[in-house]
Design a protein around this ligand. Structure first.
Ligand code: PLP
Length: 413
């Protein structure tokens, strides 16, 4: 570019969004051939079997019945007290780790990740996540002047690659005094993988080893955006107990989001929950994150926070809400199972999907595979390392046959 008006650190910034690109191609096909003939596996939101966005009925009812004041007034920067209290309970259910906890409301889970990167990694340092990752992590790091480094998520047997994780942590901590590690589990985007209890033990052992000397700091950001579609409530939160009594120089943050769990994606409401064995450090967490929130978006959506609190405080509403969400979870689970069973039967090597909105198939030329799938009017998202298929948006009926067609496309390119 010859001349630019933006500041030097902003020159050349263009958001490359493959997801919206793939979704545009899909919408074109829908216009041409009709929605019935097209399979839209590009969307990151739950669609019913007719392809319509699902909003959990109790959530919609409560949100629409809020008094105007609850919708229009400012909220405290840190979040509504009842919301924060509920979030702390919802994050852990019966698996609250020992230690001190604080919560700060954020603009979606994205806001929690933003606040964490800003306050828990040094400018210019590297942040670590797995090689299969939600692309936004990189955008968030770049924007804040950090680099994103990756380790290999899976080994050759498709198990969690603790060796690669260990190597990367060792390398980065040889150069840096602190390290922020982002782990999206359970029901990882884009693979659907969930770290097992054993995976977590190994991850924490590596962190504890580095924490021993006392001169290194590690922050673990556990991105739980999809946790409400990952299995039985307490079963998929069991790993959280392991964060009890960690040394002071390991700080844990959970990124909570109402986007998927409450199907309120556009209402931009989430939270960050900080955990430490030191009260001083959770108070520090509260202070610095509140400051960053004020400097970034000020306060967040009051109506969505009030909705969550209202549901949480009313046993009948809560039971109704949980039943509705569970029915949606079962639908997604069934859709994922169809794909994985057919993949196994036809010999397609999909990554080990456990739960969640997405599954992925490795490929050296994901764009070509997605293009080939267009012949069958199937639309998926080409990522760097493979093809992402949105289990959350494809009906069980349309899911039948996709694995075989993906295998055909892989063999063709
Ligand atoms: N983390 C992951 C891995 C996601 O895929 C998303 C949403 O797509 C989020 C966090 C947070 O989303 P939101 O900012 O809408 O809460």
């Amino acid at each position: 570019m010859s001349f630019s008006m933006v500041a030097s650190h902003s020159t050349g910034k263009v958001l490359k969004d493959v997801i919206f690109g793939a979704s545009a191609a899909c919408n074109e096909a829908i216009q041409k051939y009709g929605a019935n003939k097209v399979t839209n596996g590009t969307i990151g939101a739950i669609m019913d079997d007719e392809g319509k966005l699902i909003c959990i009925p109790t959530v919609e009812k409560v949100l629409r019945s809020l008094p105007t004041n609850e919708l229009a007034a400012y909220a405290p920067i840190i979040g509504l007290p009842a919301y924060l209290e509920a979030v702390k309970n919802l994050t852990f259910a019966d698996n609250k780790p020992d230690g001190y906890l604080e919560a700060v409301a954020t603009a979606g889970g994205t806001g929690a990740i933003h606040n964490t990167i800003w306050n828990y990694s040094e400018i210019g340092d590297s942040v670590l996540t797995s090689d299969w990752y939600w692309g936004t992590y990189n955008v968030l790091c770049q924007e804040a002047g950090r680099k994103l480094e990756t380790y290999e998520l899976f080994d050759e047997n498709m198990n969690y690659n603790i060796e690669s994780f260990t190597d990367k942590v060792n390398t980065l901590l040889a150069d840096q005094d602190s390290l922020l590690i982002i782990i999206n589990t359970p029901a990882h985007n884009p693979t659907g993988y969930s770290l097992s209890e054993e995976d977590w033990d190994k991850v924490l052992d590596v962190c504890k080893e580095h924490a021993k000397g006392g001169n290194k700091k590690i922050t673990l950001l556990v991105d739980i955006a999809y946790i409400d579609y990952a299995g039985e409530k307490n079963e998929c939160r069991k790993f959280m107990r392991k964060f009890s009594n960690l040394p002071e120089n390991i700080f844990t943050i959970f990124a909570f989001s109402m986007s998927k769990g409450y199907t309120l994606y556009g209402q931009r409401t989430g939270a960050m929950v900080g955990l430490s064995s030191s009260k001083e450090l959770t108070t520090e967490f509260l202070n610095v994150c509140k400051y960053t929130s004020r400097a970034t978006w000020s306060n967040i959506n009051r109506g969505a926070m009030a909705t969550l609190a209202a549901i949480d405080q009313d046993k009948t509403l809560l039971a109704q809400f949980e039943a509705e969400r569970d029915a949606i979870y079962q639908t997604i689970k069934q859709r994922g199972a169809i794909f994985m069973e057919e993949a196994k039967a036809c010999g397609l090597k999909a990554l080990p999907y456990k739960a969640g909105f997405f599954l992925s198939i490795p490929s050296s030329d994901p764009a070509a595979v997605c293009d080939k799938l267009h012949d069958d009017l199937i639309f998926a998202v080409p990522l760097k390392r493979g093809v992402r298929i949105a289990v959350c948006s494809i009906s069980a009926e349309k899911m039948h046959g996709i694995a075989q067609k993906t295998l055909n496309a892989l063999n063709f390119v």
